[in-house]
Design a protein around this ligand. Structure first.
Ligand code: G16
Length: 553
């Protein structure tokens, strides 16, 4: 084995987006592309002097490594081990077979007090040779690196000329136990064990066992992604759910051709099962890396925003949260349903930009316990990622503790707090310059929109959301154009930071309805006037030539 110093090159577009670097697999497979990014990351973690001199901060440190098992995962693991081995890392805790769900990486980092971890995933994006791949770094709190760090890594990718890499042969990553590459120890760990231990501490497993003994049924669709082994181990293994309750449970490199995004459009098979005459009591799906979730009752889909609001309202029923919540946080485009609950409970509710990384400081500082996003993500202070299976266990526990169905819990919630009708319209694969032009025009129109009468409503706030982190004072500007109306309705425009093809415009629509007799309209009908306003304001049709969204959830 020898250390090689190899020339590298600067690649355009290595700036991490909302959640790490996500690109087409073909981009990642270019010689030295992944290597360049990882070397830059390791240099930054080692500490970089202003003159470009690399420090030694990783010496004696442990990193966690694992991914969602998508195509290129195994190749990437080998490459990263060879880089880490000669860049000062003392030990890597590697999920067996290169597998770790995103929340499991977070759990392992925290439980084993690692320096940080590398997650290999493009989350909900499709996989396979023609699909997407991704990489992101999580810090010692278990959460996604902050913007300062990701920007430093990006800057380094653009300045790098050399890689330091071992020429050792590929390692055995499938057998549990320890081995050595150069001076670095690699410990192949059970990907599920640490995570299960965290769940046991939060939920009443005995109560849940009792629920299944009484005949409670569920269908969890793991979408051929990494959540399968975790859901099988906990739901069927520990809790005694009937065998076969978890479907599509074996992680496949291409997710079996599924788009592993747990929403009503992409999880259509689950939707069909949940609307059948013999539907189980409870349904749920997770995404590629098992941090997202969708929960359903019989013929009833819960929006992620409502899910967060209900979790907040009922948290004391769960042993891990029985002493109450410190506060809650949601991303700006997430509906304000949780705000009403927080107000009733007398706890703080923070509004952050899109991206789980923005919750990290609030969780670390003990300001919040639960967080959630409209993009099918909910989580808590138990890790620093959103957590799909945790959300499923939370909803199972709510049903067990109250004896109520998903639908009756949500309807009762609406009756108490009102309903926030909510939908997100995505316009995918727009040419980047068209999408950028649309956002520039919207920003320019903000002064004119302030106070404007649009349809039956008046705009009370027209701005481009900026966030000042209450813990470290850092400012994140240009986080989305929002129009807030006099009746609490909102229309928000922003460009996705996770796509890999052109740009994706997201339009978030929200309308509050307090009157119980008007809480049962079809969602798109209830929001139709806001859709018309969004078109009037942004001219999406005219600018993109698209007659409607590619996905509306
Ligand atoms: C990531 C982030 C989330 C964000 C979502 C969508 O989720 O962690 O915080 O809400 O992307 O972001 P965007 O609207 O920019 O596409 P995941 O599950 O993809 O890691």
């Amino acid at each position: 084995m020898a250390i090689q110093n190899l020339p590298t090159q600067v690649f355009a577009g290595q700036r991490p987006g909302t959640s790490g670097l996500r690109k087409k697999v073909a981009v990642f497979m270019q010689p030295r592309y992944l290597e360049n990014f990882v070397q830059a990351l390791l240099d930054v973690l080692n500490g970089l002097a202003p003159d470009g001199q690399v420090g030694t901060a990783l010496q004696g440190q442990t990193l966690v490594l694992g991914g969602d098992g998508r195509f290129f995962n195994r190749v990437a693991v080998q490459t990263i081990l060879k880089l880490a081995a000669v860049n000062g890392v003392q030990r890597v805790l590697l999920g067996q077979g290169g597998i770790l769900s995103t929340p499991a990486v977070s759990a392992v980092i925290r439980r084993r007090q690692a320096f940080g971890g590398i997650v290999l995933s493009a989350s909900h994006n499709p996989g396979g040779p023609d699909g997407d791949f991704g990489i992101k770094y999580n810090a010692s709190n278990g959460g996604p690196a902050n913007e300062a760090l990701t920007e430093a890594v990006y800057a380094r990718t653009q300045a790098l000329s050399q890689l330091r890499i071992s020429d050792a042969p590929d390692m055995d990553i499938d057998t549990l136990g320890s081995s050595q590459i150069e001076q670095m120890q690699v410990e192949v760990i059970d990907p599920v064990a640490d995570y299960v231990a965290v769940m046991r501490d939060l939920f009443d497993f005995d109560m849940l066992r009792g629920l299944f003994k009484q005949g409670f049924t569920l269908r969890v669709d793991a979408m051929n992604a990494v959540g399968g082994p975790y859901a099988k181990a906990i739901l069927e293994g520990e809790l005694g759910a009937p065998a076969g309750s978890v479907v599509n449970a074996v992680p496949l490199e291409d997710f079996g051709g599924l788009h592993p995004d747990p929403n009503p459009v992409n999880a259509e098979d689950l939707i069909a099962h949940m609307s059948a005459a013999d539907a189980p009591d409870f349904g749920a799906a997770m995404d590629g890396d098992a941090d997202r979730n969708m929960v359903l009752g019989r013929n009833f889909v819960v929006t992620p925003s409502d899910s967060l609001a209900l979790m907040t309202a009922h948290a004391r029923l769960i042993p891990g949260y029985s002493s109450g919540l410190l506060g809650v946080a949601r991303s700006m485009p997430t509906s304000a349903a949780v705000d009403r609950v927080a107000k009733a409970l007398g706890i703080d509710c923070f509004e952050t930009p899109t991206g789980w990384k923005f919750f990290g400081n609030l969780l670390d500082a003990g300001r919040v316990t639960l967080c959630g996003e409209e993009s099918y993500g909910t989580g808590s202070s138990h890790v620093r990622e959103k957590d799909g299976l945790w959300a499923i266990l939370f909803w199972l526990s709510l049903q067990g503790a109250t004896g109520r169905s998903v639908e009756s819990l949500v309807r009762e919630h609406w009756a108490t707090y009102g309903r926030n009708y909510y939908s997100r319209h995505d316009y995918e694969a727009i040419p980047t310059e068209v999408a950028d032009g649309l956002m520039v025009a919207l920003r320019a129109a903000l002064p004119r929109l302030q106070g404007a009468q649009l349809g039956t409503r008046t705009v009370v706030l027209a701005d481009d959301f900026a966030y000042t982190d209450p813990v470290d004072g850092s400012v994140s500007a240009k986080q989305g154009v929002r129009l807030v109306f006099d009746d609490g309705a909102r229309v928000i425009f922003r460009l996705s930071g996770t796509g890999t093809e052109g740009a994706t415009l997201r339009i978030y629509l929200e309308n509050y309805e307090a009157d119980v007799s008007r809480q049962d309209q079809p969602v798109q009908a209830a929001l139709a006037d806001l859709v018309a306003i969004s078109e009037q304001v942004a001219g999406v049709r005219e600018r993109t030539g698209m007659v409607g969204p590619t996905v509306a959830t």
